[in-house]
Design a protein around this ligand. Structure first.
Ligand code: XMP
Length: 512
């Protein structure tokens, strides 16, 4: 395994992505937690020091444990990581005027280096820089291997100790040969690249069996990719010791509840409780139009219902959750201040303590695309694995204002036509998320010889990497026109279709 010490860069997770793509298992840990005892216990074969926002010239700024440089494994320092490495090994870093470099830069080679195999075939390499400080004097034993106009020590190394230090960020795609640099690094550190999903599946099953023994496990199944993959994996490990609870709040898309029940109960033969609680949810949501109130009602009821059904499973000691690696990584926060709640998220975080259950989280080490790969490995159908994200509060937040059964039914039909259009045009996988929102306005239209007075809806489709920022998807006018015609003709209750062209920020992806 490989240890990434995080100094708080925005792109530290990308380092882990690049390494996982090379089938190398790595873990990110915040610098505050990395003591030498921790390192010895983890026994990494190599270490990467990430970038970070601080300045090593500031007293008390973060450092790697000093002894890590005597631990005898290859170390790669990136940006801030490079600077702390230089400082800790006896070099110098300066900050101030004229030392910054942000954006694209070109590095020219100074000498040959194993880390740079496959680099400089065309003389220079484009890299991405983002630094205020720079190294002014390299540490004893180091040599310069690449320079850029503002970073005379863009690439330095002490190959005898396998210490490498780069000023730029090889993990971002603006450094086109960055992946090659990581490949060279893990190769020289002796990694074989044998961390595959197949191996992960075997290992995860062994760990689940060991953790659970002959006890029972409950799993909340939402129909989303994460909980589905977790459930199938755990089922493979312990069979009928697992019971899934599927809370049907009546806010799902067309055909979704049936699909979940058929797939998990009939196809996978899992014990599944289908908690059909539509009446309860829709009853409590009746007359509510404030977005936060709606979210809170759904969150509260969800927990109540789940608990009610879970309590009936005698002797359950574990709760399974589809927690992913990005939820686990403790972030290094320098801002400290409280951030504003934009939307209260639907989650069941407090549930295990409340119910006195221990957690089983077999996806804790995986990124989203790795979960998808594991799902495929476990035989989940492609269309299911590749589904767009769907929020916990479901259609409630795509129905601004008051929710009624009538509006939900219209919304489900319109959404089904829209998604069908997207699939038929082969656009589904290019889009990160697409859905219809039904608007709380009726407008006048004309159909045949008659006047209509029906709901308007908005189509939403965005591209995104992680849902934090998003752009609206640039459909062709033909596609939009055809889709509008189909929705108005096929869905009773809608006579006007609009397309939402707001990016995030300033908009959010969902309407509430
Ligand atoms: P927003 O609307 O905040 O959404 O731009 C970003 C992403 O998060 C999803 N989303 C949720 N997911 N529980 C979830 O599990 C929620 O309460 C929730 N609210 C929004 C949204 O669909 C988008 O993918």
């Amino acid at each position: 395994r490989l240890l990434i010490i995080d100094f708080g860069s925005q792109v530290t997770q990308l380092i882990a992505r690049r390494l996982r793509e090379l089938n190398v298992y790595c873990e990110i840990h915040p610098y505050q937690n990395v003591t030498m005892d921790f390192v010895r216990e983890m026994a990494p074969k190599a270490v990467i020091l990430s970038g970070g926002p601080d300045s090593v010239t500031r007293d008390g700024s973060p450092r790697a444990p000093q002894e890590i440089f005597d631990y005898g494994v290859p170390i790669l320092g990136i940006c801030y990581g490079q600077q702390t490495m230089m400082t800790q090994l006896g070099g110098k870093v300066v900050s101030g005027h004229g030392t910054s470099e942000f954006g694209r830069a070109y590095v020219t080679p100074e000498a040959k280096l194993d880390l740079l195999d496959g680099w400089f075939e065309h003389g220079v390499e484009q890299v991405w820089m983002s630094h205020g400080d720079h190294v002014s004097e390299i540490a004893p034993g180091f040599q310069v291997y690449g320079t850029s106009p503002n970073a005379p020590f863009a690439i330095t190394a002490d190959p005898s100790r396998h210490f490498y230090a780069v000023q730029f960020h090889p993990e971002v795609h603006h450094t086109p040969k960055g992946a090659k640099l990581y490949e060279n690094f893990v190769k020289l550190a002796g990694f074989k690249g044998d961390w595959t999903m197949d191996a992960y599946r075997e290992e995860a099953i062994r760990v689940i069996r060991e953790q659970v023994g002959d006890k029972k496990v409950i799993c909340g199944l939402s129909g989303g990719v994460d909980s589905s993959v977790a459930a199938v994996l755990i089922h493979e490990a312990i069979g009928d010791q697992l019971t899934c609870v599927f809370v049907d709040h009546g806010l799902l898309r067309k055909g979704e509840a049936e699909e979940v029940v058929t797939m998990f109960r009939d196809h996978y033969n899992m014990q599944l409780i289908h908690a059909d609680e539509q009446e309860l949810f829709l009853g409590e949501l009746d007359g509510q139009s404030d977005p936060e109130t709606k979210r809170k009602i759904i969150g509260r009821l969800f927990i109540d219902v789940f608990q009610k059904h879970a309590d009936q499973i005698e002797g359950a000691e574990f709760l399974a959750q589809g927690t992913l690696y990005p939820d686990v990584i403790e972030s290094v926060s320098f801002s400290g201040g409280p951030s504003v709640t934009i939307k209260s998220h639907h989650n069941v975080g407090g549930l295990p303590e409340k119910m006195g259950l221990k957690l089983v989280e077999p996806l804790r080490e995986l990124f989203k695309d790795e979960v998808r790969a594991l799902g495929r490995e476990l035989g989940l159908p492609d269309h299911f694995i590749g589904r767009h994200p769907f929020p916990g509060p479901g259609l409630a937040i795509r129905c601004p204002g008051e929710i009624t059964r009538e509006k939900l039914d219209i919304l489900r039909e319109a959404d089904a036509v829209y998604i069908d259009q997207i699939r038929k045009h082969g656009l589904y996988d290019e889009i990160w998320q697409a859905f219809v929102a039904i608007l709380p306005v009726r407008t006048v239209g004309v159909m045949g010889d008659g006047r209509t007075y029906d709901y308007a809806c908005a189509l939403r489709a965005v591209t995104s990497v992680d849902g934090m920022t998003a752009d609206y998807y640039p459909f062709s006018h033909d596609f939009l026109g055809e889709t509008a015609t189909r929705i108005i003709n096929e869905v009773k209750g809608i006579n006007r279709v609009t397309y939402d062209v707001t990016s995030k920020p300033p908009g959010t992806i969902e309407w509430e």
